[in-house]
Write a protein that binds this ligand. Structure first.
Ligand code: FMN
Length: 333
């Protein structure tokens, strides 16, 4: 059975890459697969946008063979569009459809999509029913713990999901009202695991391999999703799997350039690498100066030379833990 195959992939590698709009594009997913992550999911794609066949929307759904098992995440509130979008996901050869019920962004929740569905379990159930009957590949969901502190209901959502034949539920351990403030509540995730009839994937604030391993074993989740943690530490997945503790910046940068240059023109490669290099430099001596310098560079070749030189110097230096600093405090889930 197909769900067994997908569940087995998570058992083999329980450290999944969390979807991050504008970051986990096809190039990044291939890069992280190479660096040892498990299952990957695209960023959220608008079901309505897809129905009106926006070229940009289709681009977000692209993936290549190296990424399997890969899910495509869709969101929306219009049942016809969701039905259509789920069929497109299956036709494209994705391994599963993921439904976004976690997006806290006002533009999305105002129209009744994303985390808004956590407040209306009847509507949520209808969405699940429509999408489930549109496809034969597994359907998964990604939620928040609830709309706000007073209405946390991930246990009930898991029950509805189980009744509708959903394969797993990923939970970002914050409410919609929290946005990205406070801490992900892993005790609550653990309680949902106890009660849920379907497997749970936990998510939130796993900024080191040790935190990811501990959250996995303590919560009893089938797997955990890592988002922002892999942006400052791209080796986090390998370390969590107990492999290859050695950081090799030269190889890392070569692979980063390889994946970006395959897909993008120089101008975009230039912009992307600046972003990644700034993140990778967090906690290294002199990183503030390095980041200022990055933003003065004019072309890709100049940038390439600078980043290889800086990280060659950092290779043997210790990295200070910067996980307490606010970092990317906004997103679609
Ligand atoms: C920039 C950014 C974009 C995001 N985009 C999505 C998205 O498209 N779909 C989704 O389900 N979650 C999205 N998220 C939420 C993440 O998947 C994850 O739930 C959240 O960042 C908490 O996990 P972390 O602490 O490991 O980053 C996004 C988060 C960030 C920071």
């Amino acid at each position: 059975m197909i769900p067994e195959k997908l569940l087995n992939s998570v058992k083999e590698n329980p450290f999944l890459l969390a979807p991050m709009a504008g970051i986990t594009d096809a190039a990044f997913r291939s890069f992280m697969r190479e660096l040892g992550c498990g299952v990957v999911v695209t960023e959220l794609v608008s079901a309505t946008g897809l129905k009106f066949s926006s070229e940009k929307t289709r681009k977000l759904m692209e993936f290549d063979e190296s990424q399997h098992p890969v899910g495509i995440q869709i969101f929306g509130e219009d049942l016809d569009s969701l039905d259509y979008a789920a069929r497109v996901v299956e036709q494209m050869g994705a391994d599963f459809v993921d439904l976004n019920f976690g997006c806290p962004v006002p533009k999305v929740v105002k129209r009744g999509a994303g985390a808004a569905l956590l407040r209306d379990l009847k509507a949520l159930q209808q969405v699940l029913r429509v999408v489930k009957s549109a496809v034969s590949i597994p359907v998964t969901i990604k939620v928040r713990t609830g709309w706000d502190e007073a209405s946390r209901n991930a246990e009930q959502v898991a029950q509805v999901a189980a009744d509708e034949g959903i394969t797993w539920m990923a939970i970002h351990g914050r409410t919609r009202a929290q946005g990205y403030s406070g801490q992900a509540d892993w005790d609550y995730i653990g309680r949902v695991v106890q009660e849920s009839p379907i497997p749970i994937i936990g998510n939130g604030d796993l900024t080191s391999a040790t935190k990811a391993q501990q959250a996995l074993s303590k919560s009893g989740c089938l797997g955990v999703m890592i988002g922002r943690g892999c942006l400052k530490n791209p080796w986090i997945f390998r370390q969590a799997m107990g492999k290859d503790q050695e950081k090799d910046f030269k190889l890392l940068l070569e692979r980063l350039f390889y994946h970006l240059e395959r897909r993008y023109e120089d101008r975009l490669v230039f912009l992307q690498v600046k972003k990644f290099a700034a993140w990778y430099s967090a906690g290294y001596p002199d990183s503030a100066r390095f980041r200022r310098q990055l933003f003065e560079l004019k072309d890709k070749d100049q940038l390439k030379a600078e980043v290889f030189e800086f990280f060659a110097l950092m290779q043997r230096l210790p990295q200070t833990d910067t996980s307490h600093e606010p970092f990317l405090m906004g997103g679609h889930g």
